[in-house]
Design a protein around this ligand. Structure first.
Ligand SMILES: Cc1cc2nc3c(=O)[nH]c(=O)nc-3n(C[C@H](O)[C@H](O)[C@H](O)COP(=O)(O)OP(=O)(O)OC[C@H]3O[C@@H](n4cnc5c(N)ncnc54)[C@H](O)[C@@H]3O)c2cc1C
Length: 485
């Protein structure tokens, strides 16, 4: 949601205030309720004797970690929005084309695609992002192995529309457990529901309807069957996310089982957010191609940690095996908001730090996301997230002394740097927010990358501020020098 906000996509409805990721374990919706479990609980809570209505609880974190709230938008609602925006911004989208071959040399990548009629076409580009899903053709062509818990189960599913909310007590996910029906029922939050059978049996329409009635525990409501599917419950992470000029992203890079933390799509969206600005910098000749190596260094550990964290949580603990050592459970907010990056582009990152922390346990460490707090901009309250423009590097400080150093850097660096002087361009709502959030003094500064991650910070302004900043910018942005652009 933060990424979409920065892209100017504002029509995604956040989840209702009382939305919660609790899952009920039931015989059927109108039958016996056995227990319920939250995503991060490792134990199931027995259901109270008398079923209670779902207590109101705000969605998302208890503390304010972000200006945005989570959304439970179905993928088929979100993707058309993204597609429309991509087209508006110049993307060329070609459907019914299948990539069958890929080749690369020192200057670029050639993809061979074929259409429905078998017409082949070669497309040449400087780089290729393989976002072609779990069974990624590109990953297979490149023979990039994957590792992890592996295949766990093949499931069949039915997507249907039915007015069953009246029996859900506000819950949106159910484990259905009857001797002859083991299934999982999940809401699309728009009247549609997916019933996923814990088996790979092909059911005809009559059998599907019967199973839906059985899961609900009554048969006096209309059902519209929308589609059926089959999918594999798998947890695998590619051994590398980069092969020369080709980058794996999304499920092609890491296939993680569906979970209540949204590690699937969210992890993929973050991949391309990490990669896109780097590609733009390299393609425009401002940064050297080594910047692209930081993609694998930064994103693969995120996928690996998410892989392991899935199996520490209640829903998947049962699937733990020797290939996936349990490890310590990390807080959900830390996993969502606070994974740290380490790479050549993060200056002064401390490898000994935890791999994820809650936002209020970080304070400006290089490799973490810029902290969230409120400032006043043009007299209006704004979150720090809105201060960083897409595509720009930003130095943020309370001291105007940095202004000259930033100008000096801009004279020679191919990568432009913006300066946010707190006190002039923006005002703090709480006097010590900057110093506390970045753990620096008033004359200190933090360098923020175009994706909102902290590349470097310094406690107090050094005597050779311009030279220091020049060196840091050159390392962090892999700038190639203005004269060479
Ligand atoms: C049942 C289920 C529930 C899930 N629930 C959630 C959830 O609640 N939250 C969440 O965050 N994630 C969830 N996920 C995971 C999420 O759906 C995936 O992580 C996400 O769709 C991955 O996006 P992607 O773009 O990487 O790959 P995909 O969505 O798989 O898209 C890959 C695309 O590439 C195309 N393609 C493949 N091969 C080729 C080729 N050779 N040439 C051209 N095109 C090709 C495919 O047709 C497809 O359009 C769920 C997954 C499943 C199966």
């Amino acid at each position: 949601m933060e990424i979409y906000r920065a892209l100017g996509i504002e029509n995604i409805e956040p989840a209702p205030e009382d939305f919660k990721l609790e899952r009920a374990h039931v015989e059927s919706l109108t039958g016996k309720w056995l227990d319920e479990s939250s995503w991060s609980d490792t134990e199931r809570k027995p259901k109270a004797e008398k079923p209670v209505e779902k207590p109101p609880r705000p969605s998302g974190p208890k503390k304010e970690y972000s200006v945005e709230r989570a959304s439970a938008i179905p993928q088929d609602k979100l993707e058309p929005m993204l597609e429309a925006l991509a087209l508006e911004r110049g993307a060329d989208i070609r459907r019914q084309q299948k990539l069958i071959l890929v080749d690369q040399d020192q200057d670029g990548v050639i993809a061979t695609v074929t259409d429905d009629e078998g017409h082949e076409q070669k497309i040449r580009g400087s780089y290729l992002i393989a976002a072609d899903g779990n069974r990624s053709t590109v990953r297979q062509l490149l023979q990039i192995p994957r590792n992890g818990r592996g295949h766990m189960q093949t499931l069949s599913s039915v997507l249907f529309r039915a007015p069953i909310e009246q029996w859900t007590k506000g819950f949106v996910q159910f484990d259905i457990s009857q001797p002859d029906l083991k299934a999982f029922l999940a809401s699309y939050s728009d009247g549609r529901w997916a019933l996923m059978f814990k088996d790979a049996i092909d059911r005809d329409e009559q059998a599907l309807r019967a199973a839906i009635y059985q899961a609900v525990g009554r048969s006096d409501f209309p059902i519209e069957i929308i589609t059926t599917g089959r999918w594999e419950l798998t947890a695998l992470v590619a051994d590398t996310f980069q092969a020369g000029r080709i980058f794996l992203a999304g499920d092609a890079a890491h296939t993680l089982p569906p979970n209540r933390g949204g590690y699937g799509a969210n992890t993929g969206i973050h991949d391309v957010h990490n990669l896109a600005w780097k590609l733009a910098a390299v393609l425009s000749g401002k940064s050297s191609p080594e910047l692209l190596d930081t993609y694998n260094a930064e994103r693969r550990p995120v996928a690996l940690l998410r892989h392991d964290q899935i199996f520490v949580r209640a829903d998947y603990k049962i699937h733990l095996d020797t290939a996936t050592p349990a490890g310590q459970k990390i807080d959900d907010d830390a996993m969502e908001f606070g994974q740290i990056y380490h790479s050549q582009g993060i200056i002064g990152a401390d490898e000994r730090l935890p791999r994820a922390n809650k936002p209020d346990e970080w304070n400006g460490q290089p490799g973490t996301h810029m902290p969230h707090f409120w400032v006043l901009k043009d007299g209006k309250k704004a979150p720090t997230l809105d201060l960083i423009n897409q595509g720009a590097w930003t130095l943020i400080s309370e001291s105007d002394e940095w202004s000259e150093a930033v100008s000096t850097v801009n004279e020679s660096s191919s990568v432009p740097l913006e300066f946010i002087h707190i006190g002039e361009i923006v005002q703090l709502v709480h006097e010590d927010d900057f110093e506390k959030s970045f753990a620096v003094s008033q004359s200190g500064a933090a360098l923020i990358r175009p994706d909102g991650y902290i590349a470097w910070r310094v406690d107090t302004i050094p005597s050779d501020a311009a030279e220091t900043l020049k060196g840091v910018m050159s390392k962090a942005s892999f700038s190639i020098g203005r004269s060479q652009v």
